[in-house]
Design a protein around this ligand. Structure first.
Ligand SMILES: Nc1ncnc2c1ncn2[C@@H]1O[C@H](COP(=O)(O)OS(=O)(=O)O)[C@@H](OP(=O)(O)O)[C@H]1O
Length: 337
């Protein structure tokens, strides 16, 4: 064995010991996918994401032009990834030969949450075009101050969604991804864990509030969207995204139907028709990946009605009301709910 190889192995051993010590000290709970969850800076995170947070906090080198998509799981990440990438790069790529068609929404720009055991390439890679786009599910307070401080120049697009639809979407996602050798989880189990805040990246309401408050303090740096609003008027949101990302839609583009084209290109119907989203795969770690089709299901507002009992609806609405009551934010208030 070469000296270099020995050094690397020694270093890995030390790191593993340090990680084991860290995990032993943190509150722990059962995760819904596979790994246990640990409470880190107010968020419940599985080990490879917790270590990813620490790595991000220590190593990420931001640029003042960076734009982050921030979201809780199952709130519209895949959709916003598509909208942001397509809107920002609309003059770079032809729609008939577009990266979204080849790589899918999750392959178009990197997520910064996952621990990189082989060093820290994210943000160091020079092959990303500017402004660079990144995605993250981390809560606002978990992200490094070097990027959340408005003086950094970094911008954030945040999307939230009716928690009743989030918990339903989450349950279906877990059903698809939970290893078959583990016992299946029931909707009741997921609902209970979600309401208690003990699901991956939870509690949900704290996540939303963190970004909501920050958006109020720095509206020029954080664009706050609701899934339901985008659903009811995708084109208006394409225009807002373009303006926010510094590439406003021109009158000529508007006249040429560019806004409509982007909204249709990123629609649920179009994305689910693509081969890459039927057969493609997202590599998350060296041992773990997610099939692209798992990121799509129904893409509707109010699917909770076919899953939640009256009592469940009342319980989750009450939590939402209590958590958000002094914030000025309402979520989940669909007209027919
Ligand atoms: N283009 C488009 N338009 C509307 N809705 C869409 C779109 N793409 C994905 N979806 C729906 O979003 C839900 C998945 O959420 P996320 O993308 O945040 O999931 S993830 O956190 O990235 O795993 C999931 O919602 P549910 O259908 O309610 O489960 C997806 O179907």
């Amino acid at each position: 064995m070469s000296t270099n190889q020995r050094d690397i192995e020694e270093l890995e051993k030390i790191q593993q010991q340090q990680h084991a010590q860290l995990f032993a000290e943190l509150p722990r709970a059962v995760g819904l996918f596979k790994a246990d969850l640990y409470l880190y800076q107010g968020s419940w995170l599985p080990p490879h994401i917790l270590l990813g947070a620490m790595q991000l906090q220590t190593h990420f080198k931001h640029r003042s032009t960076d734009i982050f998509l921030s979201s809780f799981m199952k709130t519209g990440t895949t959709w916003l990834r598509s909208l942001m990438f397509t809107t920002l790069n609309r003059s770079r790529f032809d729609f008939s030969d577009h990266p979204l068609l080849r790589y899918g929404p999750h392959g178009c720009f990197p997520v910064v949450d996952v621990y990189q055991s082989t060093g820290y390439p994210i943000g160091d890679s020079e092959d990303l075009s500017f402004p660079r786009l990144f995605a993250s599910h981390f809560a606002h307070n978990v992200l490094p101050a070097s990027i959340t401080d408005p003086s950094s120049g970094c911008k954030f697009v945040y999307v939230c969604r009716d928690p009743k639809d989030v918990v339903v979407s989450l349950w279906h996602f877990i059903l698809k991804l939970r290893p078959k050798e583990l016992p299946p989880v029931s909707f009741d189990q997921v609902f209970k864990a979600f309401c208690e805040g003990v699901t991956e990246y939870g509690p949900y309401w704290d996540h939303v509030l963190g970004f909501w408050k920050a958006a109020h303090e720095s509206p020029d740096k954080i664009l706050f969207f609701k899934y339901e609003d985008i659903k009811s008027d995708p084109e208006a949101h394409v225009k807002k995204l373009a303006e926010f990302m510094g590439v406003p839609i021109s009158v000529q583009e508007e006249d040429n139907g560019m806004v409509k084209k982007i909204a249709e290109f990123c629609s649920f119907e179009h994305l689910t028709s693509l081969e890459i989203n039927k057969t493609g795969f997202q590599k998350i770690t060296s041992e773990y990946g997610i099939p692209n089709h798992a990121f799509f299901r129904r893409g509707e507002v109010g699917d909770w009605k076919s899953h939640l009992t009256k009592e469940m609806k009342e319980q989750i609405d009450r939590i939402t009301h209590d958590k958000l009551k002094d914030s000025g934010l309402t979520i989940g208030a669909t007209p027919e709910s």
